[in-house]
Ligand binder design. Structure first.
Ligand SMILES: NC(=O)c1ccc[n+]([C@@H]2O[C@H](COP(=O)([O-])OP(=O)(O)OC[C@H]3O[C@@H](n4cnc5c(N)ncnc54)[C@H](O)[C@@H]3O)[C@@H](O)[C@H]2O)c1
Length: 269
């Protein structure tokens, strides 16, 4: 098992990608510490892990925006589990609101959770990892951290911040043996995006612009998180790894009289 005996803190573990990462890391032998603001979702996760043979999972119910409680939670994990080896920052929200209408409160909520809260957990975990000789941090950014997504000004800005923070921390934490990487998923079907599928044409339309021809699953992201959190990425730090079916690699548009798409790569004719 790739994470045997490792203590893995996962924020946003109550739902979607975070929950799938908890399942995957538990199967690989990690002791899971689920962090979320939903106590019910965490209780459900712990029960599921126990049913599947992973005993001893811990939970910390709380809001990542509260820096003091984040630091206290990290300290209590060390008291109870001995150390923090892995941090995966999945807690996040997304607004779909155009630049004219987004309110200051909505803007601040996205920044507070996606950037500030993520930083508080990086800082709290890094302090403990330095003490215990190292660790790995995986931050959930998004393809919206690499390109500007329309109608998501706060979300795109927040995810660009996550990518920048990841690169900065990778430099500063390397001497302590701590690797820091970001994941940039494309469209993954979770509670956050479920409404997209209300339109039955959505999956086909998405598939037509994603080279691998489908939306992503939480498991697609969990497998990439396992790589970045575990020993197989021992020489990898400071990257933003896309998990998007090739979506960002392709840019096409229709041209009259020729092939239906004109690729920006050299095979265009
Ligand atoms: N689903 C996608 O298509 C997609 C794509 C790219 C990136 N991401 C990113 O992946 C991460 C996980 O997304 P998801 O799709 O699993 O979403 P989700 O809504 O299913 O899960 C998010 C979890 O975060 C928790 N959370 C939110 N705010 C919190 C707070 N202030 N404190 C503590 N917990 C909080 C929620 O309770 C929930 O359990 C997010 O950062 C998201 O931006 C998702």
């Amino acid at each position: 098992m790739l994470l045997e005996g490792r203590v893995a803190v996962i924020t946003g573990a109550g739902s979607g990608i975070g929950r799938e990462i908890a399942r995957t890391f538990a199967r690989e032998g990690a002791r899971i510490v689920g962090v979320d603001r939903s106590a019910d979702a965490l209780a459900d996760l712990v029960a599921e892990l126990a049913r599947n043979g992973s005993e001893g999972a811990l939970v910390r119910v709380g809001d990542v925006r509260d820096a003091a409680s984040v630091d206290a939670a990290a300290e209590s994990v060390v008291t109870e589990a001995g150390r923090i080896d892995i941090l995966v920052n999945c807690a996040g929200i997304r607004e779909i609101k155009n630049v004219y209408d987004i309110t200051p409160e909505e803007w601040r909520a996205v920044m507070d959770i996606n950037v500030n809260g993520l930083f508080y957990w990086c800082q709290a975990a890094a302090r403990r990892m330095r003490e215990s000789g190292g660790g790995t941090i995986v931050n959930l950014a998004s393809v919206g951290g690499l390109i500007g997504l329309s109608n998501r000004p706060a979300y795109s800005a927040s995810k660009h911040a996550v990518v920048g923070l990841t690169k900065s921390l990778s430099r500063d934490l390397a001497p302590a043996g701590i690797r820091v990487n970001a994941l940039c998923p494309g469209v993954i079907r979770t509670a956050m995006t479920e409404a997209y599928w209300a339109d039955e044409r959505f999956e086909n339309e998405l598939a037509s612009v994603v080279p691998l021809g489908r939306s992503g699953t939480a498991d697609d992201v969990a497998q990439a998180a396992l790589y970045l959190a575990g020993p197989q990425s021992a020489y990898v730090t400071g990257i933003a790894l896309t998990v998007d079916g090739g979506w960002l690699a392709e840019k096409s548009f229709a041209v009259p009289g020729g092939s239906s798409t004109f690729s920006t790569s050299n095979d265009a004719s």
